[in-house]
Design a protein around this ligand. Structure first.
Ligand SMILES: [Zn+2]
Length: 79
């Protein structure tokens, strides 16, 4: 039987369904008997779902980057 540490190491592969049939069976058996790992996998799935639902960040124009850098570095002169 898989150990909890192995469950956490294989969690991404399990949620992405890239485990072999045998690995997936062992994984599922562990989840049936271990509430801590069930909670861990549920939280991982929720986190992945939220991350995928986030909008793609928009790239800043060069002029915007220059303005942010100028603002961040202004006022930081040694006294
Ligand atoms: Zn466990």
């Amino acid at each position: 039987m898989l150990k909890c540490r192995e469950i956490s190491q294989m969690a991404s592969d399990y949620t992405e369904k890239t485990l072999t049939w045998h690995q997936s069976l062992g994984y599922s058996m562990h989840l049936l008997m271990c509430g801590h790992c069930r909670l861990f996998v549920r939280q991982l799935r929720t986190t992945v779902a939220y991350a995928r639902a986030l909008p793609e960040p928009e790239a800043l124009a060069d002029s915007d980057v220059a303005a942010v850098v100028a603002k961040a570095t202004s006022g930081n002169e040694p006294v």
